[in-house]
Design a protein around this ligand. Structure first.
Ligand SMILES: *[C@@H]1O[C@H](CO)[C@@H](O)[C@H](O)[C@H]1NC(C)=O
Length: 512
């Protein structure tokens, strides 16, 4: 695909240093994954790697080059039903295991992930495109949820309630919800699965997982390691599919045998699943879209704010649900912040995630590029100015972009861009910033920079989001609750609260 840009001569290395786009020898960078033990081109049901009932398959592409990485089964509703039956059967024994047994198995799984970090990171970069540093970071982050929930498994305490009746004793115990359906996105192909599966398994639930069709290999590698860790067959089932994704989602949402559905993805799809889940009063965890504000006040440490914005905005090439989408900068520091941000963005190296020195990989698909183009073109047509980037490069690559003079009439104000575009708005007063920040149906993450103690409390409390970063551009830890308010979703993942999502409380009243 990038053949025309492939140059083999040594004089090229000089050129590459002065070039922000690293498109040399992209395909030769990719390590050989096929045939290695963690690279599975099959779905995973009842402890075995299997094909689809139809025997159909679909291919998965490297988003940087368009080359085929491998194939996985094209599963449908029949395969999903079968996996649900398997999870239902295995629940009978898994839910009765002790929390210590489950904790020990999760701990083993965690250790295997850490031992295989490099291979897992390579698979991740191959199918997602993020650079190897980010992929390694994701593997460690993803594994941390398994470790965390191995520990939390043993803390699912109940209660004994002082009884208002002399002849009654009142107890509350916590029990697993049951069979869980899990649907995950491509932007964190490892961590979005471990965050859910860790909690589900710790609680004593069994699961049917549908990873994103763009990134099934990271998910399947986890299944191989789960097998090696000794997690019993049928506890984790992973079905792959592209064509029938909607039908599989519907099956999970409507099946009476699935007791809970946990989904990370768009708000639009979340709404459909919620509607479908109504038929069975499905328990839901929904981690949906955001439109994160990132506020910089006049009194902020501007250099720290620029660094925070770089991480928050451009991590994973802008493809995270907590990426700041609207940078609201107070007028007194607007020009300084913009200038420093542009200087940093200019230093980015765009190219294949396997290439050393590349900071930003491709977007996941052509559709993703189209969306970014639409957002930038719309902003420019309404008066925004391009301070940096602003152009489609080639294939799935888009220039890291900084836009100035943004206003609320532009699409970026209301829609998540999910790409490498920093859009800068100017404001005068604190109340104005808070109002702008909250002027969205979404409420996932929000960030702000200030050194004023009173303002820090006021703004942190006033922001209508589930997670606030104060003087920091990242809010994700296994020990902290991740999730949104408003149309950004339901429930929390990670932390002690994350386990509760997979537990039901049972009240036991005893006559004595
Ligand atoms: C990946 O990108 C980050 C910045 O986003 C950079 O610090 C790191 O060095 C890059 N990794 C590699 C291997 O070049």
């Amino acid at each position: 695909m990038f053949a025309s840009l492939r140059i083999e001569t040594t004089s090229f290395s000089k050129r590459i240093l002065s070039n922000r786009y690293y498109f040399r020898s992209m395909t030769t960078m990719t390590p050989q994954l096929k045939g290695t033990s963690l690279f599975k081109e099959a779905a995973f049901v009842n402890g075995k790697f299997v094909s689809a009932a139809s025997n159909e398959r679909f291919s998965v592409k490297d988003p940087a080059t368009g080359e085929i990485i491998g194939e996985v089964p094209e599963m449908g509703v029949e395969d999903c039903k079968n996996a649900i039956d398997v999870a239902t059967a295995s629940l009978k024994t898994w839910k009765k295991t002790t929390s210590k047994t489950r904790a020990d198995l999760l701990e083993k799984w965690y250790n295997l992930m850490m031992e295989n970090k490099e291979t897992l990171a390579q698979i991740l970069t191959a199918e997602n495109g993020k650079n190897m540093t980010e992929s390694r970071g994701e593997i460690v982050y993803g594994a941390s949820f398994i470790k965390w929930f191995a520990e939390e498994a043993r803390r699912a305490y109940g209660d004994i309630i002082p009884s208002p009746a002399e002849d009654r004793r009142l107890l509350v115990i916590q029990q697993p919800v049951g069979v869980v359906g899990i649907v995950t996105p491509w932007n964190f192909p490892n961590a979005m699965i471990t965050r859910k599966l860790g909690a589900a398994l710790a609680a004593g639930c069994t699961a049917v997982v549908k990873p994103a069709p763009e990134t099934p290999f990271s998910a399947l590698a986890l299944c191989e390691l789960a097998n090696q860790a000794g997690i019993p067959e049928g506890v984790i089932n992973m079905i792959t599919g592209q064509k029938h994704t909607k039908d599989i989602g519907k099956e999970m949402a409507t099946s009476e045998k699935v007791h809970k559905l946990s989904f990370t993805g768009s708000t639009a799809v979340g709404k459909i699943l919620m509607e479908q889940g109504a038929s069975t009063i499905k328990k839901l965890s929904l981690e949906l879209g955001g439109n994160a504000p990132f506020i910089v006040f006049d009194d902020a440490d501007i250099d720290a704010a620029v660094e925070g914005a770089i991480g928050s905005k451009f991590r994973n090439t802008g493809q995270t649900c907590v990426c700041s989408n609207r940078l609201l900068i107070q007028s007194g520091v607007y020009d300084e912040f913009a200038k420093k941000l542009v200087e940093r963005v200019k230093k980015f190296k765009v190219g294949h995630g396997f290439e050393d020195g590349v900071t930003h990989g491709p977007l996941i698909s052509e559709a993703a590029v189209e969306k970014v183009k639409r957002h930038v073109d719309d902003a420019v047509s309404k008066g925004a100015t391009v301070a940096q980037g602003g152009k489609h490069i080639k294939g799935n690559f888009y220039e890291p972009t900084v836009l100035l003079n943004m206003d609320t009439s532009m699409i970026i104000s209301s829609e998540e861009t999910f790409g490498p575009v920093a859009a800068l708005y100017k404001f005068e007063k604190e109340e104005e910033a808070v109002e702008l920040a909250n002027d969205t149906p979404f409420g996932l993450a929000g960030y702000f920079y200030s050194k004023d103690m009173g303002r820090i409390w006021r703004v942190a409390e006033a922001m209508e989001v589930g997670m606030v970063g104060v003087n920091c551009g990242s809010v994700s830890f296994e020990a902290a609750p991740f999730g949104g308010i408003k149309q950004s979703g339901l429930g929390r993942e990670g932390s002690k609260y994350g386990l509760e999502e997979y537990l039901e409380r049972k009240f036991i009243c005893m006559a004595i």
